[in-house]
Every structure is written in structure tokens, then in C-alpha cells.
Design a protein around this ligand. Structure first.
Ligand code: NAP
Length: 241
């Protein structure tokens, strides 16, 4: 069944793959982004997917942006909270600003985006919330106290909200990607990749953004209506927590 989906950070990387896969599955998609107009416009040209710019860290911007999407496309049935940032530093060097920016985008962004769509989903008795967490929210990662805390928080948010949404036909699930082959990974040297990263991944390769996108399409489908509050690890066997 065709539904309306919002994918935050849906114009680049994993989010772009998710936006395209949801469109290919027959849904109407709105992809949001924070500031990279060039990438967003190129994505819109290539895919025909509508793009919207606002900061998921601002509740008012989310409420306003979602109202615009609902007026132009339709009530939101599927929300993919994918937008995320890193501000890595060892804790003894981490600044309050690095902490706050990551918490605000990667954790508060989920509240800011989900709260404005929640009442509509409840009244229509259908909803799919899919939160893109991370392997580092499950196992922790040195240099990422801020990111690991926010991503672990995303899992707690998922589990609490799943219990509230269950009787209203709303499922809430998290996906925890491991290392995914995105622009971010392309900056890592071949030497570091071969010696330090690939040996940690039992399947011996990075994941592809499409592999995360296929998890999202499944969790968004009617076939997944009995799955809620779950955390789907997609990490090539790197962590089995
Ligand atoms: N890549 C990995 O290996 C990996 C592994 C585990 C988990 N993840 C998670 O997967 C998600 C996507 O990662 P990615 O590597 O695909 O990221 P990415 O390529 O850096 O893209 C991030 C997207 O999020 C948007 N964004 C960032 N901050 C935002 C904000 N405050 N408001 C609205 N949009 C914002 C960006 O918009 P602009 O284009 O305007 O900047 C962009 O569209 C993130 O939550 C990340 O933590 C990634």
C-alpha cells in the first residue's frame, strides 16, 4: 500500500538510499536535509524525490516542516529518523559544544520529529517509526562518548515508544548499522581499512547503504506489523549484543 514517508537526512549517504528504496516500494517520499543545498538539489533532480530543509535539532522547525510536508504530500505514515552527525573527540578533550550538538541532533532530533507526527498516527491507527541508531550505541566506542550516548538513547526511546504505540497500530523499531560504505568511509586510508577495520567484520567487507535501506522498507511494510520495539543489527557480524 502506498503511504507517505519522511526520511530525515534523506538526501545523502544511507538516508538517500532509504529515500530511493521507499520510493521504489511505491511510497511518496519527502527527504529532509540540514544545509547542503547542492547535494539536496542534485538528489531531487536525479530521483524526483521532494526535498525539504530544516534542522531536526529544532522542535519548532520540525513542527513547521512536517506541517508543510503534510499539506503538500499527505499525512505522514512512515517516519525514518536517519539524520545524524559525529563530533568525535576523546572524552578528556570533548567540549560541551561537541557533546550538545550530537545529543541535540542524534537524540533530541527523534523527539522533535516524532512528537509532531505521533497524534496523527494515533488517530489514523497506523504508523511506522524507524530510528537509525548505530553499532556504537550498542557497544560504545572510544572517542564517541557523545555519539554512543545519543545512539544508545535512540534505542531506549524506541523501546518506550513501541509500548505506547502498540495498541494504536504504530510500530517503533531501531536499526543499528555497522560500518557502511558511505562518503565518510571513503576518507579512510586503504591501510587503515585493511589492517584495522575489515579484520573486525566477520563477513570481511563494509555494508552497503542499500542493505540498510532494505531493512527500512521491510520494517515500514504491512508484513512487519508484529515487529515493534526491536533493534535490528546490520553489521556483518561485528557485534552481537
Ligand atoms: N555511515 C555509517 O557507517 C553509519 C554507521 C552507523 C550508523 N550510521 C547512522 O546512519 C545515519 C546516516 O549516516 P550517513 O553516514 O549516511 O550520514 P551522512 O552521509 O553524513 O548524511 C547525513 C544526512 O543527515 C543530514 N543532517 C545532518 N544533521 C542534520 C540536522 N541537524 N537536521 C537535518 N538533517 C541533518 C545531512 O544533511 P546535509 O546534507 O544538509 O548535511 C545529510 O542529509 C546517521 O544517523 C548515522 O549516525 C551511519
Amino acid at each position: 500500500m502506498a503511504r507517505t514517508a519522511i526520511v530525515t537526512g534523506g538526501t545523502r549517504g544511507i538516508g538517500a538510499a532509504i529515500s530511493m528504496a521507499l520510493k521504489a516500494a511505491g511510497h511518496q517520499v519527502a527527504a529532509t536535509y540540514a544545509g547542503n543545498d547542492e547535494k539536496a538539489n542534485a538528489f531531487k533532480q536525479e530521483t524526483g524525490i521532494a526535498v525539504y530543509k530544516w534542522d531536526v535539532g529544532s522542535y519548532d522547525a520540525c513542527a513547521e516542516g512536517i506541517a508543510k510536508v503534510e499539506a503538500e504530500i499527505g499525512p505522514v505514515d512512515i517516519l525514518v529518523n536517519n539524520a545524524g552527525i559525529t563530533r568525535d573527540a576523546m572524552f578528556h578533550k570533548m567540549t560541551p559544544q561537541q557533546w550538545q550538538e550530537v545529543i541535540n541532533t542524534n537524540l533530541s532530533g527523534l523527539f522533535n520529529m516524532t512528537r509532531p507526527v505521533w497524534d496523527g498516527m494515533r488517530s489514523r491507527s497506523f504508523g511506522r517509526i524507524i530510528n537509525i541508531s548505530s553499532i556504537n550505541g550498542q557497544k560504545g566506542q572510544a572517542g564517541q562518548a557523545n555519539y554512543s550516548a545519543a545512539k544508545a538513547g535512540d534505542i531506549g526511546f524506541t523501546r518506550a515508544l513501541a509500548q505506547e504505540g502498540a495498541k494504536k497500530g504504530i510500530t517503533v523499531n531501531a536499526i543499528c548499522p555497522g560500518y557502511i560504505n558511505t562518503e565518510m568511509m571513503a576518507t579512510i586510508s586503504e591501510d587503515v581499512m585493511q589492517k584495522h577495520i575489515l579484520p573486525q567484520i566477520p563477513v570481511g567487507r563494509l555494508g552497503e547503504a542499500d542493505e540498510i535501506a532494505r531493512c527500512v522498507v521491510f520494517l515500514a511494510s504491512d508484513d512487519a506489523s508484529f515487529i515493534t520495539g526491536s533493534t535490528l543489527s546490520a553489521n556483518g557480524g561485528q557485534y552481537m549484543g
